[in-house]
Write a protein that binds this ligand. Structure first.
Ligand code: NAP
Length: 281
């Protein structure tokens, strides 16, 4: 069984990106810039943003975090985004989710120009991804995709099962696997026989948010299992996959923690660099 080491893969990716940033600096005499907007004092968001900032600086990006109090007006955020859209030193803009209730998520996502949308949430990027055009791809599914490709470089003709259909994870994951010529089944809370569907998968990606939903007898031998879930339980953080059972059957599996999570931030840096490169061409 291959234990897919997301920490190691993310560190390797950051190392590659660091080299690329250094080359870009030589070529253009400037570096890609990432600006993160953080609203309120929700602890997990503060931790994520701190980690993003630290990683961005590590690879040599220009990194900035703009903080607002929870009660900030929506127009203040939208005006700041418009300003950043025009700022040539900013390659990527990210507004940390979740937002306070009085701020309209859709308006915020659509305010960021697609060229600087490092999260890949803008409808234009969503459409481009599903049309097979160049686009920013949401960071977590992009990280999953890179991990899958490390185990199995040729995915053509593989049967992939994605559990969950969120805009953040399930849907973009499906598009990435389709692009690789997988035959993809996307499942969700109304799927009739989830176990039966999973049993057909050469690749199973679980992005649900239910602790250890996917059991050992849901997985066929030699499959690749990617666990996106992060669930707080009495026994600590667990994924959507019953790791102890599934790791005895699968060919390769990501642990939680230490699997998909570390790749997410590395992919954010990758997306920022891609946005910068596209802006220079
Ligand atoms: P979400 O928006 O809540 O979507 C969950 C999806 O799971 C929905 O499509 C839902 O179906 C489906 N679902 C719910 N119950 C199900 C069931 N019993 N059987 C099959 N499908 C079911 O969640 P998300 O934002 O995609 O996040 C999923 C998990 O990933 C969470 O644990 C989250 O914390 C984690 N996450 C991890 C990272 C990372 O970096 N590792 C990043 C983001 C999220 P319906 O559409 O029918 O409701």
């Amino acid at each position: 069984m291959i234990l897919i080491d997301g920490k190691k893969e993310a560190a390797n990716l950051r190392e590659e990106l660091k080299k690329e940033v250094s080359q870009l600096k030589t070529k253009y005499n400037k570096v890609p810039g990432l600006t993160v907007i953080l609203i309120g004092d929700f602890t997990p968001s503060q931790i994520y943003v701190r980690n993003k900032e630290k990683s961005a600086k590590e690879v040599g990006l220009k990194s900035e975090v703009i903080k607002y109090p929870d009660r900030v007006e929506e127009t203040t955020i939208l005006n700041k985004i418009h300003e950043l859209n025009k700022d040539e030193t900013v390659s990527g803009i990210l507004v940390q989710l979740p937002l306070p209730r009085h701020i309209n998520k859709k308006k915020v996502i659509e305010a960021i120009i697609p060229e600087k949308d490092v999260d890949g949430f803008h409808p234009m990027n969503v459409g481009n991804l599903s049309s097979g055009y160049e686009s920013s791809v949401p960071c977590t599914p992009l990280g999953c995709y890179l991990l899958i490709k490390k185990v199995e470089p040729n995915l053509s003709g593989k049967k992939a099962v994605v559990i969950g259909r969120s805009n953040l994870n399930g849907k973009p994951m499906t598009q990435l696997l389709l692009k690789e010529n997988c035959t993809v089944t996307i499942t969700h809370s109304k799927t009739k026989d989830l176990k039966g569907e999973c049993l057909k998968g050469d690749i199973v990606v679980a992005a649900v948010g239910i602790p250890e939903l996917v059991k050992g007898d849901w997985i066929k031998k030699d499959s690749i299992v990617i666990d996106v879930g992060i669930n707080k339980t009495e026994k600590g953080i667990v994924g959507d996959v019953a790791f102890d059972e599934v790791s005895k059957i699968a060919k390769a599996i990501t642990p939680v923690p230490g699997g998909v999570g570390p790749m997410t931030i590395a992919c954010l840096l990758k997306n920022t660099i891609e946005c910068f490169k596209r802006s220079q061409s």
